[in-house]
Write a protein that binds this ligand. Structure first.
Ligand SMILES: Nc1ncnc2c1ncn2[C@@H]1O[C@H](COP(=O)(O)OS(=O)(=O)O)[C@@H](OP(=O)(O)O)[C@H]1O
Ligand SMILES: Nc1ncnc2c1ncn2[C@@H]1O[C@H](COP(=O)(O)OP(=O)(O)O)[C@@H](O)[C@H]1O
Length: 273
């Protein structure tokens, strides 16, 4: 709990909704941080990039500025800039935020690769986060089915979340079947050139079906699951992905595959700020 004196020293105030006294504002109020000096603040790095210092931006009056927009069904909204930017976060982490998008049939090894890659990067001191289709469908996307428009919405939402992770400076590994090219390409367009790395698990249906670790292919073949990818639902392989894994003659163990992706990231400069 922050004492009132300390609150004013820190420039913190609790904003109470109309008609609500300050005594119970803690539970319903909105904690608002106010900078107790003229102008807003921005980050500027020292020459060695280690300790950022704050500097004031001239001309900021605290008034709402800029045009209001309509985006989809959201009307009268405004984009807010923040003084700490992606480049600052990347410097802090000594890496570049990006999205590794892993696509392929069920059983092709997406989740296994995602975990192996996460582990390899963690060992190198790089911050990653995995968005796995199965897992995201336990929460954020639990309202979605496997019909085409729901798969599209699934990919769209994960694409937007992955974009936020990349903006945070994190290497985000999204691992989803993502069967439609158009949905994957839409996610690509959300990111700056180069920051979307599409990884195709090029593993045949025969191999995936033989693996069948969850018994889903068996159920689909028996007609107990309808619209199963590769059986009675389409999968469109990428045409121009950055990395293709799993073919004969290439390293096919999860560790070898993860090393291929790490080498790509290193080569493209994503493992340094
Ligand atoms: N009809 C159907 N088709 C394909 N997959 C199915 C289906 N029903 C359930 N599952 C299970 O859901 C996992 C795939 O979820 P995703 O979110 O990656 O799918 S998609 O990208 O929206 O197509 C998938 O996980 P993975 O095997 O890891 O790919 C399956 O376990
Ligand atoms: N590179 C690989 N070589 C051989 N088997 C693999 C490989 N990657 C994953 N597997 C196995 O294949 C099965 C499916 O892997 P999984 O990562 O769950 O695939 P997906 O996430 O695409 O459904 C698992 O039993 C896993 O152990």
């Amino acid at each position: 709990m922050i004492a009132a004196g300390a609150k004013s020293m820190l420039g913190l105030s609790i904003a109470s909704p109309k008609g609500v006294s300050d005594s119970n504002s803690r539970s319903v109020g909105v904690l608002r941080a106010c900078v107790s000096m003229e102008g807003s603040q921005t980050m500027s790095h020292n020459k060695n990039g280690s300790i950022p210092e704050l500097k004031a931006v001239n001309g900021h009056t605290g008034q709402k500025q800029g045009p209001l927009s309509t985006v989809g069904n959201s009307t009268n909204i405004k984009w807010h800039e923040c003084p700490v930017e992606k480049v600052d976060r990347q410097r802090l982490l000594d890496q570049k935020g990006c999205v590794i998008w892993v696509t392929g049939l069920s059983g092709s090894g997406k989740s296994t690769l995602a975990c192996a890659l996460n582990q390899k990067l963690y060992q190198k001191g790089k911050l990653c986060y995995v968005l796995d289709g199965d897992n995201v469908r336990h929460g954020l996307n639990r309202d979605l089915s496997f019909k085409a428009e729901d798969r599209a919405e699934n990919i769209r939402r994960v694409g937007e979340v992955a974009k936020l992770f990349a903006d945070a400076g994190i290497i985000c590994i999204a691992s989803l079947i993502s069967p439609y090219r158009i949905d994957r390409d839409a996610c690509r367009t959300l990111l700056p050139e180069g920051d979307f790395v599409e990884v195709y698990m090029d593993v045949s249906l025969e191999v995936c079906e033989a693996r069948d670790p969850k018994g889903l292919y068996k159920l689909a073949r028996a007609g107990k699951i309808k619209g199963f990818t590769g059986i009675d639902d389409p999968y469109e392989p990428p045409l121009n992905c950055e990395i293709s894994l799993g073919q004969e003659g290439t390293g096919t163990s999860p560790i070898e595959m993860a090393e291929t992706v790490v080498a790509y990231l290193e080569h493209k400069g994503y493992l340094n700020a």
